[in-house]
Design a protein around this ligand. Sequence first.
Ligand SMILES: Cc1cc2nc3c(=O)[nH]c(=O)nc-3n(C[C@H](O)[C@H](O)[C@H](O)COP(=O)(O)OP(=O)(O)OC[C@H]3O[C@@H](n4cnc5c(N)ncnc54)[C@H](O)[C@@H]3O)c2cc1C
Length: 436
Amino acid sequence: MFNYTKKIDIINEADVLVLGGGPAGICAAVSAARQGVNVLLIERYGAIGGNLTLGNVSPILGRVSSGTMYDEVIGLLSATHKDELKVETRNGKEIHIDAEEAKGILVKLLNDNNVRVMLQTAVCDVIKEDNVVCGVVVATPFGMKAIKAKRIIDATGDGTAAYLAGCEYKLGRDSDGRTQPVTLEFTISNVDEARAIMCFGGSDPVTLPDGKKYSEFCKECEQNGILPKNVSIVRLHRTFYPGERNVNATQMNDINGLKYEDVFTAEVELRDQIDKVLDFLRKYVPGYENCMLKTSADTLGVRETRRIIGEYVMCDEDVEQGRHYDDAVVHNAWFLIDIHNPSGGGQAEGHSKMAVPYDIRYGALIPLKVENLLTAGRCISGTHRAHASYRVMAICMATGQAAGIAAALSIKKNVSPRMLDAQEIRKVLTDIGVEL
Ligand SMILES: Cc1cc2nc3c(=O)[nH]c(=O)nc-3n(C[C@H](O)[C@H](O)[C@H](O)COP(=O)(O)OP(=O)(O)OC[C@H]3O[C@@H](n4cnc5c(N)ncnc54)[C@H](O)[C@@H]3O)c2cc1C
C-alpha cells in the first residue's frame, strides 16, 4: 500500500452534477437544467453519447410511454432522415443512429440547455461528509481536482461513483456472478442492398437464397471455426444509408468490463474477430461479397457491470408480468429480456423472452446508505434478468430524465432525494407531457 495525501483545489461547483455523458446522463442533465438549477456534466471521453456514439451501438431499442426525452432525442437524431426506412422487428421498431451526427446533435442539446460540460475528465473518487455525498475528485491534465455539488447523479453505466461512495452492488447473475459478454460493434459499407439480408437476432426467421435458415448457418460456421468462438449469430442491422449494415457480432465471454486487464484482452481479441466476421460475410453471405469496414466502436461494448442496490430492486416479475406502481417514474418500459449468454454463444435462456410493458419505481434510482446520490441508466437497481431488459437506450434515457427532475426538485424542496415524494416527480413529468 502507498499512502497518498494531498490538498487539491475545488475547481467547479454545481447544484446537480451528472457523471457520464451517455444516453442516461444526457437526459438527466438536460431535464435537471430545465428545472432551473445549475448543472454540470462530467464525461471521461472527448465526445458525448456513451455507447450510443463511442460504442457504435445502433439501433436505439426499447420503448417507454409517450412524452419522455426519448421521443425528443430520437426526433433530433432522425430530423434529417425522416423518410428513411424504419424496420419493425420482434425487438420493436429499429431506430437508427448516425453516430457521427449524434456526437454533434447531443453536445448541442446539452449546450442549448445551459448544461456545462467537462470532457476528458474522469471521476476517480467521491467526497463524502458522513454519509452525504457532496462532491467528486476528477483526474485532469492539471492533476486531481475537486468538484462540489448539492446532488450527484451517477450515470456512468458502471455505477462508479456509487461504488466509490461505499454503496452495495451486484455483478452478474446470482448463480455464478458471470455477466453478459462484451462486443465491439462495427459498421460496414458497400453492401449490395438488392441482395443482402438483414438479421436482428438469433430468433429472426431470415433465410439465405438456398432456403437455409441464416441463424442455423451461423451456428454451423461457429462450430466449424469459420466464425469466432461463441459468435453463433451475426446480427446485421440497417442504418440510415442504403448499402450499410451495423454489425453486432464479435463476442468475448468472462470479461469484467471494470478491469483494465480484461478490457485490453478483449480489445485485442475482438479487433481480430472483426476481420474474421468480415471474411465470413464476404465469402458466404450473398450481397456482402464486397463489403468494407467503415467504422468501429471507439471503446469496448460492455453490456453489464455493477447494478447498484437501491431502495427498490427491479425484479424478474416486474418485467415478466408488466407490473405497475403508483410511484413509477418510468411507465410502460418495454424490451425483451435480452440475456446474451454469459457462458457461451446465443441467448442464455435459449431465446430472449418477451417482457410485458412495466414500470420503473423511483426507489430503483436511490442507492441505499448514502444521501444526495441518484443512479440513472444501466447501473440502476435491479436483478440480472430485469437489467437485461431495462439496459437498452430508450429506457436508460427515461430513467435519466426522471433522475434529473428528482435531483432538481429535491434541491428546491430542500429534502434528500430519498425523502422526496415520488408524486412530486410524477407531477412534473405529467406537466411536461409524459404519460405515466
Ligand atoms: C455491444 C452492445 C450492444 C448493445 N446493443 C444495443 C442496441 O442495439 N440498442 C440499445 O438500445 N441498446 C443496446 N445496448 C445497451 C445500451 O447501449 C447501454 O446499456 C446504454 O447505452 C446504457 O446507457 P448509460 O447512459 O447508462 O451508459 P453508457 O452509454 O455506457 O454511458 C456512460 C457514460 O459514462 C461515462 N463514464 C463512465 N465512467 C466514467 C467516469 N469515471 N468518469 C466520467 N465519465 C465516465 C462513459 O464514458 C459513458 O460516456 C448495447 C450494449 C452493448 C455493450
